[in-house]
Design a protein around this ligand. Sequence first.
Ligand code: SAH
Length: 263
Amino acid sequence: MAASSMYRLGIISALQEEQQGLVEAMQGAATHIHGRRDYTTGTLWGIDAVCVLSRIGKVAAAMTATLLVEKFGVSHLVFTGVAGSGGPGVRVGDIVVADYLVQHDMDASPLFPPCEVPLTGMVYFAADTDLSTRLAQAVAYFVALQLPSAIDDGEKKLFGLHDVKVHRGLVASGDQFIHSAERIAGLAHAHPGLLAVEMEGAAVAQVCFELNVPFAVMRTISDNANEKAATDFLHFVQAVAAQYAFYSIKRLCEQLAAPVNDD
Ligand code: SAH
């Protein structure tokens, strides 16, 4: 199928395991190395796409997002990854699609309010509503129809994957892996409505704000950002988060390429 001309979708993940399946599924794949990253261009389910691993942290993510836009000409950007839970209603295995993102470690006070990105006047950066809604619908489709067979029963049991929920709301990013109950409680207190904490999303949000590019962020909850956060992390990414990302992006691309009105 020819790629739809409306979209050139940039897909960023922080970790290799999260993106392997997508790169393998690309038609006409070609890899371009730039700035120590591999950008793979091609077609994903009818959508012109560019996949790249940002690696971990805000600078890595900001650089990758900028190059996707400026060098690879993407029109829309989606970030897939994992995150720690930001609140009691958000469980391991749930998915958060960001409506807003904040850099929780930005602090130029007293010159600027805490978490305000200096000279933008902004604390909370909004994701693109339309793309985020389409992504959330794709995630919900995966959860309802494909998750039951896409993930082994053993893994479902191990990670307690039942009654999986899709949340939308606030995601906080910073250059820290949060692994303390006290610390995550402090972040949740500072940012009411916090759903997830990770290390890249808000950096992508700032770049997309400044370059005026629509973007969306999906995060599978891998841990509770407490003292046990690092346990089984890689196993979770491989067995669970990679499947979530693959099927959700597949559905998103199919819907962007040939939208149907029945969901
Ligand atoms: N143990 C991993 C390191 C992962 S760093 C390894 O060896 O590769 C954590 C990655 O997952 C980051 O990309 C971040 O965005 C996300 N993440 C998951 N849980 C997190 C948490 N509790 N705090 C911050 N980032 C988290």
